[in-house]
Design a protein around this ligand. Structure first.
Ligand code: S3P
Length: 427
């Protein structure tokens, strides 16, 4: 059943504590499980994707206790992971399946991985091929490109590998394999991607060397359980940053937002578009920096987005596209082919759904061109099962004077279960 969204909103005002970062939450469970001793995670994201990660590690016998947003993991090192008697179901989570494969690559047991319909369409050769070079045996539909996948790990040898795509998921998967391999593993990125894995290795007492876009890791390191406080997810904050900028009479403060420089492309682009955005508190923290951000309604102008900034804002492109519909002039988004292999083909879903609401936007081979400024109208739109498309459309509806209905709103719970409560609290 489609839901009726809030429309004709006359200003968003108030303060929000943004829920925990999805990428860091996934990794906190994974590192907690392969480290020795207890790891305590606070402000863990209770989204469905991160719960899928917990479920997979429980299937390998890891003891994980959860009290609301606090999670305690009792790790016993890589050797503490047991062969699962059940299939791993990663649901909608690309991060879970790709990073888990890197861990399983070094384990001398057999496992099978599946996910939902969207996962079944997402490319896996980008991880399965290099993991095979390490020595893991992996099979899957279409030569290991798609789920269901099966893997038999063990006896890995370090590799040197140049990533053909800028992907933190692939990099991280190979670093997990590298931790279990004989010798040193070298991964070279085409462009720097989010570095949460590298930071977390250090937080757990391990070593990883980074020179430019080259990352080196030695196999056989022992990691030790630790405390992790997960900062708020800037990719979730992005929906309210954009909403505050484009909805007149708005002023919103977002607290405890992760400000890792490999993730803050959205802030740079908003400043470039003329947004009244300020970081009011900046907590420098070697593990993961964070801070508070204020946004006020802004007169925006179009911009061009491409090149090295793309991995720093890849998940924010749907909401940036909406912002661009409310900016004067043309916005060009290029070098973003990766959008085609996210939870949906986000070039197609953004263009199709915003067009239904009256936006002027064209798809291109590697992005989109948005012609601002356009008035948004009502209609029936769909998330296509993609959380970020569902949230972007809910913000678009707030600008519309006519009724807007959203199909498949439940996709939003993958990364932001309190999204509608947060939106309503600002109206
Ligand atoms: C993620 C990396 C990105 C991002 C995804 C989470 C991660 O994917 O889109 O939402 O946690 O490493 P890619 O590495 O495939 O670009």
């Amino acid at each position: 059943m489609p839901i009726k969204l809030h429309t004709n909103v006359e200003g968003l005002n108030g303060e929000l504590a943004i829920p925990g970062d999805k990428s860091i939450s996934h990794r906190s469970i994974m590192f907690g499980a392969i480290a020795e001793g207890e790891t305590v995670v606070t402000n863990f994201l209770l989204g469905e994707d991160c719960l899928s990660t917990i479920d997979c590690f429980k299937k390998m016998g890891v003891i994980i206790e959860r009290q609301e947003e606090k999670v305690i993991i009792r790790g016993n090192g890589f050797e503490g992971l047991n062969e699962p008697s059940e299939v791993f179901d990663v649901g909608n989570s690309g991060t879970t399946i790709r990073l888990l494969l890197g861990i399983l690559a070094g384990r001398p047991f057999h496992s099978v991985l599946i996910g939902d319909q969207s996962i079944g369409k997402r490319p896996m050769t980008r991880v399965t091929m290099p993991l095979q070079l390490f020595g893991a045996a992996i099979n899957g539909r279409k030569n290991g490109e798609f789920t269901p996948l099966s893997i038999m790990g063990g006896n890995l040898k370090g590799i040197e590998y140049k990533l053909p795509v800028a992907s933190a998921q692939v990099k991280s998967s190979l670093l997990f394999a590298g931790l279990q391999a004989d010798g040193t593993t070298t991964v070279v990125e085409p462009v720097t991607t989010r570095d949460h894995t590298e930071r977390m290795i250090k937080q757990f007492g391990g070593e990883v060397e980074k020179i430019g876009t080259t990352i080196r890791i030695k196999g056989g390191q022992k990691l030790t359980g630790t405390s992790i406080h997960v900062p708020g997810d800037i990719s979730s904050a992005a929906f309210f940053l954009a909403a505050g900028a484009i909805i007149p009479e708005s002023e919103i403060k977002l607290t405890n937002v992760g400000l890792n420089p490999t993730r803050t492309g959205i802030i740079d682009i908003m400043k470039d578009m003329g947004a009244n955005i300020t970081i009011t508190q900046n907590i420098e923290n070697e593990f993961e920096p964070s801070g508070d951000i204020c946004i006020q309604s802004s007169a925006l102008k179009g911009t061009t987005i491409g090149g090295e900034i793309i991995p720093r804002l890849i998940d924010e492109i749907p909401i940036i596209a909406l912002m661009a519909t409310q900016a004067e002039g043309v916005t060009i988004i290029k070098d973003a082919h990766e959008l085609k292999v996210k939870e949906t083909n986000r070039i197609d879903t953004v263009v199709a759904e915003l067009t239904k609401l009256g936006a002027k936007i064209d798809a291109t081979e590697d992005g989109m061109i948005i012609y601002g400024k356009s008035e948004l109208t009502g209609g029936m739109v769909s998330s296509h099962g993609d959380h970020r498309i569902g949230m972007m459309l809910s913000i678009a509806a707030a600008l519309s004077k006519e009724d807007v209905y959203l199909e498949n709103e439940e996709a939003i719970y993958v990364s932001y279960p309190s999204f509608f409560d947060h939106l309503n609290s600002l109206i």
